[in-house]
Design a protein around this ligand. Structure first.
Ligand SMILES: N[C@@H](CCC(=O)N[C@@H](CS)C(=O)NCC(=O)O)C(=O)O
Length: 226
């Protein structure tokens, strides 16, 4: 297999794919792409978003051989290398896992990405002041609904679906990692289940490898007294 992952390690969606590749023991090359995207990347990613994955065994050039979108890529990788499975094998568990993946990728990502991560981290990259007011407003007014829902779902369990790590845990954790990078995680006393899930997920070598790179890019989160 000859796989190339296009993207940047701080993107929660790129991280999701990176972790799936590592969990499955698939070798891959990482080709860094960042915003604003170059024309060649826009051609292979019609939604103009990262990540995209190229399977050079299919085609080494152009959009042939490329799958854009983290969920499409993860579904492909699950078929390409079924073991270890990251989607539950029973029908209901599979449906639930895909639900959590979708919820994390759209709803949770919308709140954390646009409301917290970008207002804090993008200005820091541009050597400007972070937009702390927007982040604080999101943390106090919008974020609790998401955290409360997820805490209720994970409460008393080790993993969101069944008794094994799956795409559900990874999809939620990758978004919460960006929350942690920007402003830290919520207090463990308020969210014990989510805190334990995050600890469990971050200990996986597949995730730790990405975190090590992210820590070199960004250091301390902005303290919102969260
Ligand atoms: N549904 C897409 C979402 C990917 C996404 O939104 N990626 C962000 C980076 S984290 C992006 O490329 N944004 C481009 C932009 O905002 O212009 C996926 O799962 O891959």
């Amino acid at each position: 297999m000859d796989l190339v992952l296009y993207g940047a390690p701080l993107s929660p969606f790129v991280r999701k794919v990176e972790v799936v590749l590592r969990e499955k023991g698939l070798d891959f090359e990482m080709e860094m792409v960042s915003m604003p995207f170059p024309d060649w990347f826009k051609e292979i990613s019609p939604a103009r978003r990262m990540p995209a994955l190229r399977d050079r065994d299919v085609s080494a050039e152009g959009s042939e051989g490329v799958i854009p979108d983290s969920s499409a890529i993860c579904a492909y990788l699950e078929r390409l290398q079924p073991e270890p499975a990251l989607y539950p094998s029973d029908a209901f568990g599979y449906g639930r896992a895909v639900w959590y993946e979708e919820y994390a990728d759209s709803e949770l990502a919308g709140c954390i990405g646009m409301g917290i991560f970008r207002p804090i981290v993008f200005p820091i990259f541009a050597k400007k002041d972070p937009d702390i007011e927007t982040a604080r407003k999101t943390v106090t007014e919008r974020l609790p609904r998401f955290l409360d829902y997820l805490e209720g779902e994970i409460s008393g369990r080790e993993y969101l679906v069944g008794d094994a790590f799956s795409i559900a845990d990874l999809s939620v954790a990758t978004q919460l990692i960006n929350l942690e990078i920007a402003v830290g995680l919520p207090k463990a006393e308020n969210y014990p289940g989510l805190t334990a899930l995050m600890d469990r997920v971050k200990q996986r070598p597949s995730v730790a490898a990405n975190l090590e790179i992210c820590r070199k890019i960004l250091t301390t989160p902005v303290d919102l007294g969260f």
